[in-house]
Design a protein around this ligand. Structure first.
Ligand code: GDP
Ligand code: MG
Length: 792
């Protein structure tokens, strides 16, 4: 271990006990303040140790008020002292350049210091290794340990590599465990092993293994070894090392990164980007420097490779590959891939298991004589030739969306669709998307003026606006600053409220002068609470071609200029030159003066769910479009029931559920379908009875309560469901086996397949897997009607 004694800082029981208290509180939705976290408990094979893993919601890392920023954290309780201890500590979550205020170059220049250590962003999956005092070695992935899940099987492969290394140097697991325990440290490595799972970049044959890239102290606040010490440790324990280089000046660092990005490669190899390690402070007045990372991801050719991989999988599955960029070359690639799979019959099955991705890609590139640098040039040329854009504000009420949109139409004569002007009953989202698409028939740019504050709204636009060669640009009104988010939200609240109350009745749905102040504030607050910031690392937001960050507090004039400037830079064909300051002043002024809404309608606020409420207020449409009647099941109860069933079951039974979780395929809400309208012909009287019950109630009220017991978890590799028994006889269910669908493997498998699985109507190779829910879990759910217009 490192000779540097100063690094050998031990855990303070009081600090860790307090941390655990805060984490535990945050697992309880009702008590959680501003963030929540998920706890999973694991027992370590062959010992009587049990450890807890703590997982924060990804978006919460952008907040400043988390008790720790560790991404990957396991704790245990020392039975002798009763104190909690950190067993494994990952890096503090770090962000990409420009992703958050702290990763803008301005901030980096002022608040970080050398040495800047750069490592290539490795491209496998992260593995943590640490030890317990009795010499038990822990090898785990970000949030799990053992052999009980898809993700955890990474841990198992990681463990095999560790054993191989130990055999090489003739040392034992216990040696490594105690070394790490005594140093109060976690070793962090990247598992790169294409024979197990292939990622985008290549690690075959003797390049495979565990690449040690960090050693963290097991402390609440992030503290990590220098790369030099990491290398020393790697040598001592036979890990693979990762290359690093050092920069002493921020200017050199930036120059290096931007030059490397031009080719997407370094040292002759394609790389995904770099991680930069340095010291940072919280601001010019902060005397303390702490360890701090950020990353600099290259955009191309990596993004294209990822697109190819996704398209290839679609091709194999017989789906229509979807892609927005590099059209020409992607089409050619897919033709090549189709031919390749015809010739290599076994290759497609292997590809689905993530084998041969790189081989296929290289074969194509070679045949075409293309390099990564050529692809980057292609991307730039393509951006220059874009002719259609959809501007998507991501905002809350009163940020100035409409003001900016209106000014843009003044300046450029672009299209502007306001959700608030759409009066269609039902299918409103589709009507809105269609209106946007229609605008693009004759105009180059349209603004999809709606709050789009939730990812599902963004997803819906991506799904429903299909215009050839159109790109999406986010106008992201940023609602966090990573420093003191609560204070920032207060300032946003104040600014937007002031504007909205000054706006008076000049709005379609938020008629501030005639509605009570509290009611309007309630509606606005609902949007603030549900706001999901842009996360370009995953879908749907990864589909944006450009994200323009705006400040909700700043004047719309300033935001307008930011939008125009960035569009001009990225799409010079569309915004050929910057308008003059006078022209922008005039456009904003016109926007203030001229704009009066053409329609007015109501949003009710009682539960801060404007959409739902709005639908319910459409009394006249009430009977007609009911899709199904259901008993809703509280999410936490269902999740607990699954956890309870799985924790009592053998390990191999858990992987399907983990797979659903890891791929975000667990449904966001759970219900038992009582009666789907497709069964109406068989039970017309029952439908009538339910419909009558529904129409007799006030729209907001549930139809009644139903007692339910959850009995059994069942899955078949495509779908997972819980068999439920309805204990209240007045609620008759038309399904042979009443159940809650938990999730399906992918979007091609419809939730209703659960029904076929449970009734044994599917012809299958395998039997269903099933586990009883110990003791059965009872709850009382509300019965309600779900409308046809509702989108998932
Ligand atoms: P939206 O809800 O995001 O569409 O916000 P609007 O564009 O409708 O703006 C809300 C209110 O604030 C309107 O009355 C605007 O005229 C006003 N507003 C927008 N931008 C500014 C600004 O920069 N300064 C001031 N004082 N008011 C603004
Ligand atoms: Mg508006």
């Amino acid at each position: 271990m490192s000779a540097d004694i100063t690094l050998n800082k031990q855990q303070l029981p009081k600090e860790i006990n307090t941390l655990l208290h805060e984490l535990n509180t945050a697992t309880d939705k009702k008590q959680a303040k501003g963030f929540s976290c998920k706890k999973s408990s694991f027992s370590i094979d062959g010992t009587d140790h049990s450890v807890d893993s703590w997982k924060f919601a990804e978006q919460d890392f952008k907040k400043r008020d988390l008790p720790t920023f560790a991404r990957g954290l396991f704790t245990w309780r020392d039975k002798t002292s009763g104190n909690y201890r950190i067993a494994v500590r990952g890096y503090d979550k770090f962000f990409n350049i420009n992703e958050v205020p702290r990763t803008k170059w301005d901030w980096i220049e002022q608040n970080t210091k050398a040495p800047y250590e750069l490592t290539v962003k490795e491209n496998g999956c992260i593995i943590f290794i640490s030890g317990l005092p009795d010499g038990t070695l822990m090898v785990c992935s970000k949030h799990s340990i053992g052999s009980r899940s898809e993700e955890a099987s990474h841990a198992v492969v990681g463990e095999r590599w560790v054993d191989k290394q130990l055999a090489q140097i003739g040392r034992t697991r216990k040696d490594l465990a105690l070394t790490l325990f005594n140093a109060n440290a976690t070793a962090v490595a990247e598992l790169c092993d294409d024979s197990f799972e292939e990622h985008i970049l290549e690690y075959e044959g003797d390049r495979a293994g565990l690449y040690l890239h960090g050693i963290n102290l097991n402390l609440k606040d992030f503290a990590t070894y220098s790369m030099e010490e990491v290398h020393k440790f790697a040598d001592e324990w036979a890990f693979r090392k990762i290359d690093y280089l050092m920069k002493e000046k921020v200017a050199d660092l930036r120059k290096f990164l931007e030059e490397a990005a031009e080719t997407g490669s370094w040292d002759g190899k394609d790389v995904e980007g770099f991680v930069i390690r340095c010291k940072a402070r919280n601001g010019p007045n902060d005397p303390d420097w702490h360890d701090w990372f950020f990353k600099f991801k290259f955009e191309e050719p990596y993004l294209l490779y990822r697109q190819w991989r996704e398209c290839t999988k679609a091709l194999i599955a017989g789906r229509q590959p979807k892609y927005r960029t590099h059209k020409g070359i992607t089409e050619d690639y897919l033709k090549f891939a189709a031919g390749y799979f015809t010739q290599n019959k076994s290759a497609s099955a292997a590809y689905q298991r993530n084998h041969g991705i790189i081989k296929l890609r290289n074969a194509f590139l070679e045949q075409r004589g293309l390099t990564g640098a050529d692809i980057i040039k292609d991307a730039e040329a393509e951006a220059g030739s874009i002719t259609k854009l959809i501007l998507v504000p991501i905002a809350t009420i009163g940020c100035g969306k409409t003001t900016v949109a209106h000014a843009l139409t003044k300046l450029f004569n672009w299209g502007h669709q306001q959700n608030d002007n759409i009066t269609t009953r039902g299918k409103k989202p589709l009507a809105f998307a269609t209106a946007c698409a229609m605008s693009l028939v004759n105009l180059p740019v349209v603004i999809a003026d709606r709050n789009n504050h939730q990812k599902r709204e963004r997803q819906q636009l991506f799904d429903d606006i299909s215009v050839q060669d159109a790109r999406f640009v986010a106008l992201h009104y940023v609602h966090y600053d990573g420093i003191d988010d609560r204070a920032l939200r207060n300032r946003i609240r104040q600014a937007t409220r002031e504007r909205v109350f000054a706006r008076g009745d000049n709005h379609q749905t938020i008629q501030a002068a005639s509605k009570g102040r509290a009611e309007i504030e309630g509606i606005m607050e609902g949007f603030m609470n549900r706001f999901q910031p842009v996360d370009v690392e995953s879908r749907p937001d990864s589909l944006f071609d450009l994200v323009i960050d705006l400040d909700p507090i700043k004047d719309s004039r300033e935001n307008l200029e930011t939008v125009v400037r960035q569009l001009h830079q990225k799409y010079p064909q569309l915004v050929k030159e910057m308008p003059t300051a006078e022209a922008m002043d005039a456009a904003i002024k016109a926007s203030f003066e001229e704009y009066k809404p053409a329609v007015k309608h109501e949003i009710k606020s009682s539960n801060n769910q404007p959409k739902k409420e709005q639908k319910k207020s459409e009394q006249s449409a009430k009977k007609i479009d009911i899709e199904y009647f259901s008993i809703s099941a509280p999410r936490q109860i269902v999740i607990d029931a699954i956890d309870k069933a799985l924790s009592a079951a053998p390990e191999e039974k858990r992987s399907f559920y983990y797979q659903l979780m890891n791929t975000k395929r667990v449904q966001p809400e759970f219900h038992i379908t009582l009666f789907h309208r497709s069964a109406k012909p068989q039970y017309p009287q029952l439908w009538e009875k339910y419909e009558k019950l529904y129409s007799e109630k006030k729209a907001e009220d549930p139809m009644g309560k139903a007692k339910v017991v959850l009995q059994q978890l069942v899955w078949d590799g495509r779908v997972m469901a819980i068999v439920a028994k309805i204990l209240s006889p007045e609620w008759e269910c038309t399904n042979e086996v009443p159940h809650i669908t938990i999730g399906t493997v992918d979007r091609n498998v419809k939730p209703k397949e659960a029904n076929d699985m449970l009734t044994g109507k599917l012809k299958k190779e395998h039997e269903n897997e099933q586990i009883a829910i110990p003791g059965g879990i009872e709850f009382v759910g509300t019965v309600k009607a779900v409308k046809h217009s509702r989108r998932p």
